[in-house]
Design a protein around this ligand. Structure first.
Ligand SMILES: O=C(O)CCC(=O)C(=O)O
Ligand SMILES: [Fe+2]
Length: 325
């Protein structure tokens, strides 16, 4: 489809400054199949994951067990979705950005720069009934995808728990049984230094999982932007704010953004694993002692979502300040 079908809605993406197109970040790539390997292999895997979470806030995960066909089919389905005539999907448009992650009505926006569909995932059976029905296989494909990604997310959270010295199931159930979904279609842009696909922000949830088909995702490390590589069939995992708090600052959530691509469009599929609203989030008690005092306060996730998100935009600095004791 040509971009002519895209409706123009106010764009937040015009920049006053030039966007840097930086080098690729050398972020760790971890082989999740090693979680079932020998004790040494598993220990090595946990060490790599912890290093990634501490130094980069992002990690590439391969051999994660999500079937390749399902990943490809989900990508293909979203390509179709973002090329459907706008009117066919417009029933899903809401005027607000769904920052609380709990709005039952999916949000759908599309302009010349970007298309984005977002909706809830929990509880899955109920939320599914609100999702788009075009393409016809939308609900079936996305439900299957979400179930598979959720399994991997729990495995990775178990490894983080191990690396932090917490009980294996620390992140289950209420710390991770909420989730939000978003897929983006970033149209190509002949001059990627003049505009952004997604403005700089930090994720407010627990753990973010991204499948992407092209370059564009970048994160900020020590004041420098670094680009995240595209590895076929890999999933990108990002440490988000609640994981930083629970780890008492050991794992770091990083500011990130999406730059436009001059040669091709980019599609991403993102799942934001989150605590439930009533879940009390705080630095894990076993990580706290006289020489490691808590850096962050204790709050319920619902309180945070209602209070913080209505007041401030989310970036690593404002999030850290909000939680700091
Ligand atoms: O499109 C992407 O790859 C990242 C999206 C993202 O960072 C977000 O929605 O929080
Ligand atoms: Fe993000």
């Amino acid at each position: 489809m040509s971009n002519n079908n895209f409706q123009t809605v106010p764009s937040e993406n015009k920049l006053g400054e030039e966007v840097e197109l930086p080098p690729l970040a050398d972020i760790p790539v971890i082989d999740l199949s090693k979680a079932k390997g020998t004790q040494n292999e598993r220990r090595e895997l946990v060490d790599q994951l912890m290093k990634a979470g501490q130094e980069y806030g992002f990690v590439q995960v391969i051999n994660h067990g999500v079937p390749k066909e399902l990943m490809e089919d989900t990508m293909a389905m979203y390509k179709e979705f973002f090329h459907l005539p706008y009117e066919e999907i417009s029933a899903y448009i809401t005027n607000t950005t769904n920052l609380t992650y709990e709005n039952n009505k999916p949000t759908y926006t599309r302009d010349t720069n970007r298309g984005a569909i977002g909706h809830g995932l929990h509880p899955l059976e109920a939320q599914m009934k609100t999702w788009p029905e075009k393409p016809a296989r939308y609900r079936k494909v996305v439900a299957a995808y979400v179930k598979e990604i959720s399994k991997v997310a729990l495995k990775v959270l178990e490894l983080f728990a191990e690396g932090l010295g917490l009980e294996n199931k620390y992140f289950e159930v209420e710390r991770s049984d909420n989730a939000y979904f978003k897929s983006y279609y970033y149209s190509l842009c002949s001059d990627p230094t003049s505009t952004l696909g997604l403005l700089t922000h930090a994720d407010v949830n627990l753990l973010t999982i991204v499948q992407q088909d092209n370059f564009g995702l970048q994160f900020l490390k020590d004041g420098k932007w670094l680009a995240i590589d595209v590895i076929p069939n890999a999933l990108v995992f990002g440490v988000a704010a609640q994981l930083q708090v629970i780890s008492n600052g050991k794992l770091k959530s990083r500011d990130h953004r999406v730059v436009k691509n001059p040669k091709t469009s980019r599609l991403s599929i993102c799942i934001f694993v989150s605590p439930s609203r009533k879940c009390i989030v705080e630095p894990a008690k076993t990580l706290i002692n006289d020489s490691n005092p808590p850096l962050y306060k204790s709050y319920t996730y619902g309180e945070f979502m209602d209070d913080y998100l209505t007041k401030m935009g989310a970036n690593a600095e404002t999030i850290s300040t909000y939680f700091k004791l």
